[in-house]
Design a binder for this molecule. Structure first.
Ligand code: FAD
Length: 281
């Protein structure tokens, strides 16, 4: 099923997972996938070499297992920075083999010293994918992309992705829902008519959150800083408080807008389960 159709029927709850690096160990993942299936997500997305993990060969493989063996709708991420048309064609062929209908089209990381190709921005990939019968989504950034100084410019580029054929957007993580609602309003004013799904990542540890904030340029609201102080040296307490905070964000977002929520699960079904259970209270 094409994910764009889902938004016409409901506010989908989706999960993001990443493939194991190197040889895909299906058996090692079975337990994780069984536990995710029990949470009945509307779809699961599978990252593509995120953070330079070099796991891109396993994206189609894992997406295929989720879709064809677990019967859960799936979206494969695809990046294009430094790729040539023939590289993209071979990824497309692998996705077709696995019956994957949904792609999150991304630029990916720029590697210093490597030449750009014709795929300079995500919109070039979206353009390349158009007319090939995939449902294509794109990324967006409520506080602006880390390399872009102006949120206004970033929203203009988002509009270019929509014009090239993006049928929905999934947001970068953020910790302040108000910043997301402000962004939603600005994006809509700038002509974004497609669904914009908020992406939520729970804070599970100090190092993890500092790294994510550094990588994404997301701001850290005082509520998060206070949680970090309160649970200094108490990893279990910090994790529980981080889950509680993310659940509060999800509860509020499911009431405050109608495009569902995308949870960055970090391959931890127990965390996703706790977030959804607490959010439903
Ligand atoms: P673009 O939309 O191309 O934007 C990249 C930069 O270029 C931005 O600064 C933007 O402002 C600027 N820009 C865009 N268009 C123009 C233009 N016409 N002129 C001038 N500047 C322009 N990375 C992975 O490697 N693998 C993954 O699986 C993955 N999954 C992700 C999932 C989500 C939901 C999100 C939000 C991000 C994900 N990323 C992933 C990270 C993503 O690849 C990086 O954030 C990357 O730096 C930008 O990707 P993009 O598709 O948003 O790029």
């Amino acid at each position: 099923m094409k994910i764009a159709e889902l938004f016409k029927k409901k506010s989908p709850i989706s999960f993001e997972i990443f493939p194991p690096k190197g040889e895909l160990s299906v058996s090692a993942l079975r337990g994780t996938l069984d536990a995710f299936k029990a949470l009945s997500p509307d779809f699961i997305s599978v990252t593509f070499s995120a953070g330079g993990t070099g796991d891109s060969n396993n994206t189609a493989e894992l997406a295929g297992i989720i879709k064809n063996e677990y019967g859960i709708e799936t979206m494969a991420h695809m990046t294009c920075a430094h790729s040539r048309a023939e590289d993209i064609e071979s990824v497309i062929a692998r996705l077709r083999e696995k019956n994957i209908e949904n792609i999150l089209a991304l630029r990916g990381d720029i590697i210093k010293g490597r030449e750009p190709t014709e795929f300079k921005y995500a919109k070039d990939l979206i353009d390349f994918l158009s007319g090939r019968d995939f449902c294509v989504g794109a990324a967006c950034y409520p506080e602006g992309h880390v390399d872009c100084d102006s949120l206004e410019d970033d929203i203009r580029y988002m509009r270019q992705k929509q014009d090239a054929g993006a049928e929905f957007f999934i947001s970068q993580l953020f910790f302040d829902n108000e910043s997301f609602y402000r962004f939603l309003e600005r994006a809509q004013k700038a002509g974004i008519t497609k669904p914009i799904v908020p992406g939520i990542m729970p804070m599970l540890g100090k190092t993890q959150i500092e790294r994510m904030i550094y990588m994404c340029g997301a701001s850290m609201p005082s509520a998060i800083v206070k949680i970090l102080h309160r649970h200094e040296g108490d990893a279990g307490g910090l994790r529980a408080a981080g889950i509680e905070y993310a659940a509060g964000q999800v509860r509020d977002l499911l009431r405050g807008q109608d495009s569902g929520v995308h949870i960055y699960t970090m391959n931890q079904p127990d965390t996703a389960k706790s977030i959804l259970e607490i959010a439903a209270q």
